[in-house]
Design a protein around this ligand. Structure first.
Ligand code: AMP
Length: 304
């Protein structure tokens, strides 16, 4: 089923305890659309880049079957740029630079071929743009999932709250859930977020897994313990791509299937962190993905 992905497509510069990159391709929608392509052949991207953005990444998306009709290229402008530095535990990071560039004036255009959207993934970018995308779809998708970030809580909280009223699922990390609600306990924070509009909230806890809440149910999945954690950038977006990708592939949005989707999201994120940027997501196979899913199933099977 068709999956429309909106979000940043960007340059990132990353420092981790293991190394440092110059500008490499990043951005929420880069991770999400690459990940989505392993689940549905109908992944469609809405984003904007500048003339400085490498064409070979766009070609890579085409090779993966991603439709980029909704990707605008502003030849005389610069792409969004983000730079971050990870702390030793890799679970926390500081943003060093956020240069919106083309993202600052982004007017998302939805090609006619995107109007069949059944699953909408609002990846990280200005909440006002997320809202415009919802409004420009003539038919409400079967499921709308949004992701966001502390940056937008600081500069566009009212817009963010307006989007939250219109989505089914919101995905945030633990510190963002606390920032948004002023609550430390995640169960209480989740309750407050559910009161703001979404029917489900996912709280990501980095290498400590992810929680899924509805008003009446909770589910927890650990993250797969890995031998290599190189660069966590994009893990949250990749997680979101696997989550909505699985739901779009199966067409089932029950809580039970969302639990499976959380496991798919976690499995995809486990690949992402093993290499810098999007590299680990460029050449996966269904066999590799299934092996990780099996590892997950074994990790949590206590045979009780
Ligand atoms: P994650 O590690 O999943 O939180 O996502 C990191 C990605 O988000 C990076 O590739 C950045 O380019 C992108 N990013 C960082 N800040 C923003 C922002 N304010 N708006 C949109 N995308 C962002």
């Amino acid at each position: 089923m068709s999956l429309v992905v909106v979000g940043s497509v960007a340059f990132d510069a990353i420092e981790t305890p293991f190394g440092k990159t110059d500008k490499i391709v990043g951005g929420a929608a880069s991770f999400i659309s690459l990940t989505g392509s392993y689940f549905t052949p109908k992944t469609k991207l809405v984003a904007v880049v500048g003339g400085d953005f490498p064409r070979n990444f766009i070609e890579l998306l085409h090779t993966r079957g991603v439709n980029t009709e909704g990707l605008q290229i502003k030849e005389n402008e610069k792409s969004f740029f983000w730079s971050g530095r990870y702390h030793n535990d890799m679970n926390s990071r500081d943003t060093l630079v956020t240069e919106l560039n083309v993202l600052g004036t982004f007017d998302p255009l939805l090609p006619e071929t995107y109007q069949d959207c059944e699953y909408l993934m609002l990846g990280n970018l200005a909440p006002s743009v997320q809202l415009t995308v919802i409004e420009r779809l003539r038919k409400r998708p079967k499921l709308i999932v949004m992701d966001t970030m502390n940056f937008w809580m600081e500069v566009a909280l009212d817009d963010l709250k307006a989007v939250m009223k219109k989505v089914d699922v919101i995905s945030v990390n633990d510190s963002e859930a606390r920032q948004l609600t002023g609550e430390y306990a995640l169960k209480t924070a989740a309750k407050k977020i559910l009161d703001m509009g979404p029917k489900f909230v996912i709280i990501k806890k980095g290498e400590h897994g992810a929680l899924l809440f509805s008003k009446t149910q909770i589910f927890f999945a650990p993250a797969l313990p890995l031998e290599i954690v190189f660069d966590p950038t994009g893990a949250g977006d990749t997680f979101a791509g696997g989550f909505i990708g699985h739901l779009a592939k199966t067409g089932d949005i029950s809580f039970t299937n969302m639990k499976r989707a959380i496991v798919y999201g976690s499995a995809m994120a486990s690949f992402c962190v093993e290499k810098f940027g999007t590299e680990a997501l460029e050449n996966l196979t269904q066999e590799k993905i299934q092996t990780r899913i099996t590892e997950f199933a074994e990790l949590v099977n206590a045979e009780m």
